[in-house]
Design a protein around this ligand. Structure first.
Ligand code: SAM
Length: 260
């Protein structure tokens, strides 16, 4: 089978790494798994072996025959050929869904935003990304890696970076290291998610600018509002903690309601 670069195909070959990923998701008999990008089925096989029901979304039509025949005798395997970025993911939801995926670099940001949207369907996710992506997602306040995605993911999930994987675990061998992280949905996410998203997205629009400069057009009273919750409007977006983002979003909302 020829791996396709445009789909970010690097297939896992290291049995120990495969075991560790499946262990990280604590896969048990009867679990419902949504897998994005099964490739040639390395993770899929291990999850089926553990007794889980696995629905796998694969964009590459050319893998259909191989996957269907590899798991032909397993009624717990469902293959959906399509783009995980445009398919309705809620249809796989059960309130207790686990997502397991080794994801190509180019879809990491949009796919995470989609996972945030279906958070209430999830029990947990174990995801593998290029190492730099995990570092960005898990970047704490004050680090320049921290961005829109770090804040929105932190609001939705508790993120644990678990382990790194060397390029030699894959075929073809990629140029970069990968990392695996576990995401557990939070029960205390910010209620008005759209408001938080609008604020954080505008605040990170130009990373080197201050909050005030990025936000003054959208929120003309920003200085006063930020001051009321102890946030320095001259700070950069990367400096703020999740709590500060939530406080700021709430204060903006309260200010809006008052001036109506
Ligand atoms: N899970 C396999 C493994 O670990 O060996 C393959 C991982 S490979 C890095 C990524 C897989 O995602 C490929 O099979 C690729 O075709 C698939 N893929 C890429 N973009 C996709 C998308 N938008 N929707 C669904 N699958 C996608």
């Amino acid at each position: 089978m020829r791996a396709k670069k445009r789909f970010g195909q690097n297939f896992l070959r290291d049995e120990r790494v495969i075991e560790r990923i499946v262990d990280a998701a604590d896969i048990r008999e009867g679990d419902h798994i949504l897998e994005i990008g099964p490739g040639d089925g390395a993770l899929t096989a291990k999850m089926l072996e553990r007794g889980a029901w696995v629905s796998s979304i694969e964009i590459d039509r050319d893998l259909t025959e191989f996957l269907r025949s590899r798991f032909a005798n397993d009624e717990r395997f469902q293959l959906v050929i399509g783009d995980a970025l445009s398919l309705d993911l809620v249809q796989f939801g059960s309130g207790e869904l686990k997502i397991v995926a080794n994801l190509p670099y180019n879809i990491s940001t949009p796919i995470l935003q989609r996972f945030i949207e279906i958070k209430s369907e999830l029990l947990l996710m174990v995801l593998m990304f290029q190492r730099e992506v995990v570092e960005r997602i898990a970047a704490p306040p004050g680090i320049s890696d921290r961005g829109f995605l770090s804040v929105m993911v932190e609001d939705a999930f508790i993120v644990e970076k678990l382990f790194d994987i060397p390029p030699t675990a894959f075929s073809p061998v990629p140029k970069v290291w990968s990392s695996v992280a576990r995401f557990t949905p939070r029960s205390d996410s910010y209620e008005a998610a759209a408001n938080l998203r609008r604020l954080v997205s505008a605040a990170f629009a130009q990373k080197r600018k201050t909050l005030e400069n990025n936000l003054k057009r959208l929120y003309p009273d920003l200085k006063e509002i930020a001051g009321s919750v102890g946030v320095d409007p001259r700070a950069r977006a990367e400096a703020l903690t999740l709590e500060q983002w939530r406080d700021l979003a709430a204060a903006i909302q309260a200010h809006r309601n008052q001036s109506r």
